[in-house]
Structure formats: C-alpha cells, structure tokens
Design a protein around this ligand. Structure first.
Ligand code: S3P
Length: 438
C-alpha cells in the first residue's frame, strides 16, 4: 500500500463495532438461555474467529453482515468440537474462550497463527489450573489443550499482569465454579466483561478491596451462574476511531465527526491525552447503550503550540493499560508535538501481535525520527518533519494503521508492506481513510 501526504481530514463517519465488546457479546450470547441479536458486530477477522469457534462448539449463528443472531446453547449446552478451534491472530478469542471451555464437560484444543502461538498463555493457565481445569501448552504457549471440568472451584485471584483478557477469562470460568470467584486488579483495565455480564443478567459484584494500593478494585461472580439472552448494540470501535482522530488532530485542515462511538471511561485515555496536549476534541450526544457509554466525537483542526516545553511529555504508570492499544499511534502523535513523548511502564507492548516497542521504534526511525528504545517503552523527539519510508508492520494491524497516519503527515510516499493485515481489526480502514482525506 502506497500512501501520500494529505492536507486534512473532513467528513462524518461511523465505525464498525468495537472489537472487545463484540467478542464478549458473542461469547455471552452463546452460553445464554435464549436468542440474542447483536447489532453492529465488529467486521474484524478477530471477531470472525470468535464466531467460527463458537459455531464449531455447536452454537447456531445467523450471520448477516454487521447484524448477527445467536441462539444460545445455555450454560451446559456447548458440544465437543470435531476439530481444533482456530483462534487465528486473536488473543482475546483464545484467552476469553479458554475461561468458558475450562468449565465444560469435554476436552478441546485451541490453536492460533504464528504470532498468537508465540504469545504468553501462562497468565491464564495458572488461574484456570487453580480452579481445577487442566491445560496443556507448549511451554506456556498455544496450542492449548483444555481438559474441561464441569464444576470448577472458585478462587480469589490477584492479577499479576494488568490484563482485561486474563480478568475476563477468570470471570468466565467463575460462571461454572461453585462459590464466589474474585479477581483483584491493581491497575484498572477495560471493564466490558463486567458491564456485559450484568447486561446478560449475572449478579456481578464490583468494589474496592480493603487493602493497598488505593486504586485496586475487584470483580466477583458467584457460580454456578446462568446468563439470559439479551440484544446488544455494539458501539463504534474507539480504538479504530483513534487513527482518524489522530489524523484530524495533526493535519492542518480538519473537521471530522465520528458518530456512535464507544466512550467507555476505561477506553478513552487516548482522547484525554490528546486533549491534554491541547488538541481540539469534544463529545456530544452521550448516552448508554447495552450498558456501555456511547456518543459522538468532533475533532477540529491542528492547534497552534505556544508552549515552551523542552522535556518530552511522559506517559507511564496506571494509565498505560487504558491506552495500551493506542500506544503505537500515540508515539506517532508524540513525534509531532513540541518536546516529543516518552512512554514507560509498557513492557506488555512487547507481547502483543508484534513486539510493538520494536516495530514502533523501527517505523519512527525509518521516517526520520530520533528515537530511544527502552525495555518498557520509548522516547521520540518532536516535532519532526516525517519523511516517506518503507514500513514493515510485521503482520501487526495496529502498526500498519499507525504508520498510515504517520504517512499522511510525511513528505514523500510511504509504502506499508503486508498492509492487508489491517483486516485483523479493521478491514474498511483504507477505504475510509480515502473517503475522508483532502
Ligand atoms: C483486550 C484487552 C487488551 C488489548 C486487546 C483487547 C480485550 O489486552 O490489548 O487488544 O478485549 O480484553 P490485555 O488485556 O491482555 O492487555
């Protein structure tokens, strides 16, 4: 894919459904009693992998574009798949589904592509084994062979890694455990599972444990628990919106409106950071849909930076899990602001679809930035006039999209290798970019 520089971004867009929320809606509908209709289901390959796995577990799904209908199998109604369950590139599919499968009466195997097979799974194997399931792996990596146990044991578990996927896996397993399963997190991660379990009728508890650190919180389910089918409207994907927001914020002639996008407070840290940098972003028509906050966003043109900041803006600590998927893009934004940007405490980026610290550093350097790489982050100087380059996203959709936005700011053409990998989260990405750039 060859990308030229652009002057601005203009228009009103809507986005396919949020990936995280879509995975959860499909999985919960699959184990609920009754039929659920999910509207604006994500068009991503990742969420397609979730549907295929569920179909192979005997769930009946009517797929009609972005509206799908799932006939719930009920708490004990999934059936042993005839073949391995292929989670493709999707960590969310593998980690969340494992939580459901740990509490079934059959054995099955979860596989993934080369990237997913290199990602850490011990983080879910440990709690699932504490609950009584048996999970065989390749040194803590996929393929995962899960020996289901219908009645698991409830546990109290403190997350060792700030991960919504691990939290969700344990809560799903807790639905099939006898007693109260508690997950404690010391850093807040996205809470879509908690919200959607409530939407599907589960009496989920949340609160603050009586101990340090002060920001710790817990979520608990008491099993065995049943889900009641529910229709879901999935908000537009804020992580997909982020690319357009960054482009509109950075290019000189911009006026962009994004309608019906998810504004869950655990997902908007990227917007907060851009607003703190002085970019012109506002929201309107805020409302609740299916227990999630949704609204419209408006992004104006590039602000004029009168600040004298010499030090890079530092992003670290507790906020990191709340913008984990936006950090490559935020690094691109950082290359355009006075003083540049430093990201720390983000070593999790090394075990995403690619080593996102390495792929982001390589891309920024190829486009002419001065960058320092750390074990847990990076520092990019700014503002830098980017120049076109050849970018290898290493099959990682978010790297391909982040550097497409960088390319819009660059002098000269940029070539993104293997650009079709964007379909992992956002197949419509390039068409939508073409429809709004000026
Ligand atoms: C996700 C959680 C995040 C995120 C991923 C989707 C989810 O992963 O990076 O893209 O849907 O729960 P971790 O929770 O493992 O950090």
């Amino acid at each position: 894919m060859i990308i030229r520089g652009a002057k601005g971004v203009q228009g009103r867009i809507t986005l396919p459904g949020d990936k995280s929320i879509s995975h959860r809606a499909a999985m919960m509908a699959a184990i609920a009693d009754g039929t659920s209709r999910i509207r604006n289901y994500s068009s991503s390959a990742d969420c397609g992998a979730t549907l295929s796995c569920l179909e192979n577990l005997g769930v009946r799904i009517e797929r009609g574009g972005s509206d799908i209908v799932i006939k719930g199998a009920g708490a004990a109604g999934l059936s042993q798949p005839a073949a391995d369950l292929d989670c493709a590139n999707s960590g969310t599919t593998m980690r969340l589904l494992s939580g459901i499968l740990a509490g079934q009466h059959f054995n099955c195997t979860l596989t993934g592509d080369a990237s997913l097979s290199s990602r850490p799974m011990q983080r879910i194997i440990e709690p699932l084994e504490m609950m009584g399931a048996h999970v065989a792996s390749q040194n803590g990596r996929a393929p995962l062979q899960i020996d289901g146990k219908r009645q698991l044991t409830a546990i109290d578990y403190e997350l060792l890694t700030a991960s919504a996927q691990v939290k969700s896996c344990i809560l799903f397993a807790g639905l099939n455990a006898e007693g109260r399963t508690v997950v404690i997190e010391n850093e807040i991660t996205r809470d879509h599972t908690e919200r959607m379990l409530r939407w599907f009728g589960v009496a989920l508890e949340t609160g603050k444990p009586e101990r340090e650190p002060e920001n710790a919180c817990f979520a608990a389910v008491t099993g065995p628990a049943k889900l009641r089918a529910r229709d879901v409207l999935v908000p537009g994907d804020i992580s997909s919106a982020a690319y357009f927001i960054a482009a509109a914020a950075l290019l000189p002639q911009a006026s962009l409106e994004i309608a019906g996008v998810g504004l869950n407070p655990t997902r908007v840290a990227f917007l907060d950071q851009l607003m703190a940098m002085g970019f012109d972003i506002s929201s309107s028509h805020r409302r609740e849909e299916s227990n999630e906050l949704i609204g419209n966003l408006r992004v104006g043109g590039r602000r004029i930076d009168h600040s004298r900041r010499a030090q890079p803006l530092r992003i670290d600590g507790r906020i990191i899990p709340q913008l984990i998927d936006e950090l490559p893009l935020l690094s691109v934004v950082g290359s355009q602001i006075k003083g540049g940007l430093e990201i720390r405490d983000a070593k999790e980026l090394r075990v995403k679809e690619s080593d996102r610290i390495a792929t982001t550093v390589a891309g920024l350097r190829a486009m002419g930035c001065e960058v320092e790489e750390f074990a847990d982050g990076l520092r990019v100087s700014g503002p830098t006039q980017l120049r076109g380059a050849q970018i290898d996203p290493k099959g990682d959709h978010r790297i391909a999209m982040s550097f497409t936005i960088a390319a819009l700011m660059a002098e000269g053409d940029t070539e993104i290798l293997d650009a079709e990998c964007v379909a992992v989260s956002f197949p419509e990405f390039f068409d939508l970019v073409n429809s709004v750039i000026r």
